[in-house]
Design a protein around this ligand. Structure first.
Ligand code: IPE
Ligand code: IPE
Ligand code: MG
Length: 248
């Protein structure tokens, strides 16, 4: 560890672009679906670790609006994996205080998956610990456009007036409504881009990249990312450092 890990300064909100499942599978002669399975298993462990160290929100990119372009077999494989995890959520996180939420446009998802999402959200809504926000059918641009449409509707119906539209008000119309902006955004698998993930919310996030593929991303790697985060100075355009802890 390059710096000392300070348990009192753990970022409250973390975003992860979980990339590299396909490469992990190819390198091992596995099917892409089995790469995604290894990735899902890792997510459960990383979520448990986040819960233990006091992270409040973990927002993970699981299926983007652009991922619909993938071959049907891969999309179906991902969906069946998702359904399996949602239906059996108790065997994975049953004994914990982890809450599950989904953000994104799931209107094109199979009705059985939509039902499984509602079920897990309902079953875990009273949990007090970490909220795992799974971005599904999620795209940052789609999110901004859909927020704009809802605002226009509300202005038309007299619910709000144009002068009420501030940055904070706009944020309320996003899928992430009551989820704090990520302090730290991590991407695995050596790609240095956002790929449409939380583009509004990450305007002042700290970024951290690793060559490791998502199924190889260990708790120690997250701890290293947090250590590096803790050593950064966040100034938000000013001259003075703002304490990371102030970002609750
Ligand atoms: C990330 O892994 C998971 C999803 C996009 C669903 P990839 O499937 O993108 O893995 P690579 O980039 O092909 O290795
Ligand atoms: C981003 O990964 C989406 C998810 C991790 C769900 P991609 O693998 O789809 O991104 P690109 O295509 O490399 O930008
Ligand atoms: Mg990828």
């Amino acid at each position: 560890m390059k710096y000392k890990f300070d348990i009192n300064k753990v970022p409250k909100s973390i975003g992860i672009i979980m990339d590299g499942n396909g490469r992990y599978a190819t390198m091992r002669g596995l099917s892409r679906k089995n790469g995604h399975k290894a990735g899902a298993e890792r997510l459960v462990k990383i979520a448990e670790y986040c819960e233990r160290i006091g992270v409040k929100n973990l927002t993970v990119y699981a299926f983007s609006t652009e991922n619909w372009k993938r071959p049907k077999t891969e999309v179906m494989g991902l969906m069946s994996l998702l359904a399996n995890y949602l239906k059996n959520w108790e065997s994975y996180i049953g004994g914990t205080e982890i809450r599950i939420r989904v953000i994104g446009d799931i209107s094109d998802f199979d009705p059985a998956i939509k039902a499984a999402i509602s079920y897990v959200e309902k079953m875990t809504e009273k949990k007090k610990g970490l909220s795992v926000n799974i971005a599904l059918g999620y795209g940052g641009r789609n999110e901004i456009v859909s927020a704009t449409k809802k605002i226009v509707e509300d202005v038309k119906n007299g619910v709000i007036s144009p002068k009420d539209i501030t940055e904070d008000k706009f944020s309320e119309y996003l899928y992430t409504n009551d989820i704090p902006d990520p302090d730290l955004v991590i991407r695995t698998a050596g790609e240095l881009r956002l790929s449409n993930f939380l583009i509004w919310q990450s305007s002042y996030s700290e970024f951290w990249f690793t060559e490791k593929l998502w199924p190889e991303f260990m708790e120690e790697d997250l701890q290293q990312a947090i250590c590096d985060f803790q050593a950064r100075k966040r100034k938000y355009g000013g001259l003075l450092e703002v304490d990371n802890k102030a970002e609750e």
